[in-house]
Design a protein around this ligand. Structure first.
Ligand code: HEM
Length: 141
């Protein structure tokens, strides 16, 4: 009886998350549409392989496939005319032992890419705010 009336909800350590879709209809244009996203992911992947914190995860990966899926995913988040055909974030990163340090190294490299492409700071923040909630599906604690 005590269990049935316990008001404390169970705390779930991991649960499915979807990206928070932004409501800014111009964001997709700000990132240069599909062409811009392809260029962004090319630069981003080069940085991920150069950074010692992220290199171990990506050096033996199928970079072309990941870049194509990132273009789709970010396009969806920016409300562009795309469909994401990849796996869930939990599935894709399972067993990879991504820690907080690697996660923030990746976000930092992404910001460097966006700065290099002259994406306005407010637009960068919108996108990053939509992506970072996925960290709970990606980081292994
Ligand atoms: C918000 C942060 C992140 C996002 C949005 C993201 C997004 C993605 C996407 C869309 C894929 C392709 C999914 C698929 O394979 O079907 C992927 C795969 C992958 N991600 Fe992430 N990722 C993030 C963080 C990270 C971090 C921090 C690392 C490691 C440092 C990482 C390493 C990888 C690797 C190695 C793959 C390839 C997996 C495979 O081929 O089996 N990701 N990620």
């Amino acid at each position: 009886a005590a269990q049935a009336t316990d008001p404390t909800p169970a705390i779930k350590e991991r649960y499915a998350t979807l990206p928070n879709l932004t409501d800014d209809t111009k964001l997709y244009e700000t990132f240069g549409r599909r062409e811009g996203l392809v260029a962004i992911m090319d630069d981003f992947m080069n940085r991920l392989v150069a950074n010692p914190r992220t290199r171990p995860y990506f050096e033996n990966s199928d970079k072309e496939r990941i870049k194509a899926l990132l273009v789709e995913q970010v396009c969806v988040v920016l409300k562009g005319p795309c469909t994401y055909s990849g796996r869930s974030m939990a599935e894709a990163h399972m067993g990879m032992n991504v820690n907080e340090g690697a996660f923030f190294a990746l976000v930092e490299e992404f910001q460097k890419t966006l700065n290099a492409r002259n994406i306005p700071f407010a637009a960068q923040n919108r996108l990053i705010a939509s992506l970072t909630p996925m960290h709970r599906d990606i980081i292994d604690r």
